[in-house]
Design a protein around this ligand. Sequence first.
Ligand SMILES: [Mg+2]
Length: 215
Amino acid sequence: MRMAVFSDFDGTITLRDCNDALVDKYIGADRREAYDRLFRDGSGTLWEVLDTSMRACEVPLETAIQLLLGEVKIDPTFTTFHAWCAERDVPFSIVSAGLGEIIQAFMEQAGVAPPITANQAYRHDTHFGLVPVDRACPTGVDKAAVLRAAKAEGLYTVFVGDGFSDRLAAPEADLVYAKRDMALATYCVKRAIPFVPFERFSEVQTDLEARLAGT
Ligand SMILES: [Mg+2]
């Protein structure tokens, strides 16, 4: 069966969440806690909270992207994994509740060009926000639907993630890699969803290699 890999971006490919980095820089870590609370107590969906916090940064998108490219690092083993997928003709794509424009900038910096399904930016001279792909979906991007569509095409779906926006996707995937000790791993344990814990994409690669070799 043909395999396809779908990966979250923030906290999975990056070592730090981009929105957290923006809020900490432009608003302050204490406000980040307030936004997290808004979201935890159910006052807002994830995309609404992301949009509100992005707008509150009060910087143009290009300024935010330049800051992020300097401050947020990607997993040093990610590009090797990306190349490994390409060599084996395994489709790799990113599915993210973050902004496609930000992800695109990181991928250009890394010299790779995977397909990206993500929310898009609302741009203004003085600020930016988030326009969801699907307003009715709490994360703006329905990752579960992306996986279901791939399965309907007969693909064996591999999902790599770390956090809240990945929770609904995990039960749909044939194989889940969840970042060690993060929200997705906790969720999978609670819901008895099988997963393989990982810290770096090199571990995902080693594990997939072993599975493909049938060991
Ligand atoms: Mg994430």
